[in-house]
Design a protein around this ligand. Structure first.
Ligand SMILES: Cc1cc2nc3c(=O)[nH]c(=O)nc-3n(C[C@H](O)[C@H](O)[C@H](O)COP(=O)(O)O)c2cc1C
Length: 164
């Protein structure tokens, strides 16, 4: 059965993460956003990609600092991922203060790491690649912290009633 590509792509399972960037201790100079368009892209060196809409405040911080953290989210951060981190712009509000989500410092880069993440992948920005209406943020994973013993959440975007 032939289906619409947009509807078919919504059946692609994706991870649920919160990408963070900026100064961990400075409200106004830090941010974070929920992302589902995330994937591993290289085994050695270990690299990943996040597809971001160009207007994201988090992308601005990543460009300024040259690094970011990918915080894999479990049940404990689900509400925050779908709520403040996935809907409000960091230009208007400090999402960490608004949500009460605690941060710790990254080990190897400058970025907030979520204290309740399952794992935080600390990345140096390798390159930015334009792809359609998104920018691919390619990062090299230079450090990782395991923080919470929890199952990572998967994001499925079922939009089509017929495919449900
Ligand atoms: C479940 C979920 C997944 C999302 N995935 C992405 C994504 O992969 N790329 C993206 O640019 N925005 C994505 N968003 C939207 C951003 O998280 C949202 O616009 C956020 O408020 C941007 O914040 P910022 O402007 O402070 O960076 C997603 C939102 C949700 C709720």
């Amino acid at each position: 059965m032939k289906v619409d590509p947009f509807e078919a792509l919504d059946l692609l399972p994706q991870p649920l993460v919160i990408v963070t960037a900026g100064e961990p201790d400075k409200p106004g100079a830090r941010g974070g956003m929920t992302a589902a368009w995330v994937s591993r892209v290289s085994w050695d060196p270990p690299m990943l990609v996040v597809a971001m809409t160009p207007a994201r405040y988090t992308l601005q911080l990543i460009k300024e600092k040259g690094c970011f953290a990918v915080n894999v989210v479990g049940k404990s951060l689900e509400k925050e991922a779908y709520g403040v981190f996935g809907s409000v712009s960091g230009r208007e509000v400090d999402k960490f203060e608004k949500s009460g989500v605690k941060v710790v410092k990254a080990e190897c880069i400058t970025a907030p790491v979520l204290a309740e993440a399952v794992v935080a992948l600390e990345c140096r920005l390798e390159k930015l690649v334009e792809a359609g209406d998104h920018v691919l943020v390619v990062g090299r994973v230079v450090c990782a912290q395991k923080l919470k013993d929890e199952k990572p959440l998967v994001f499925l975007q079922f939009r089509s009633a017929e495919l449900k």
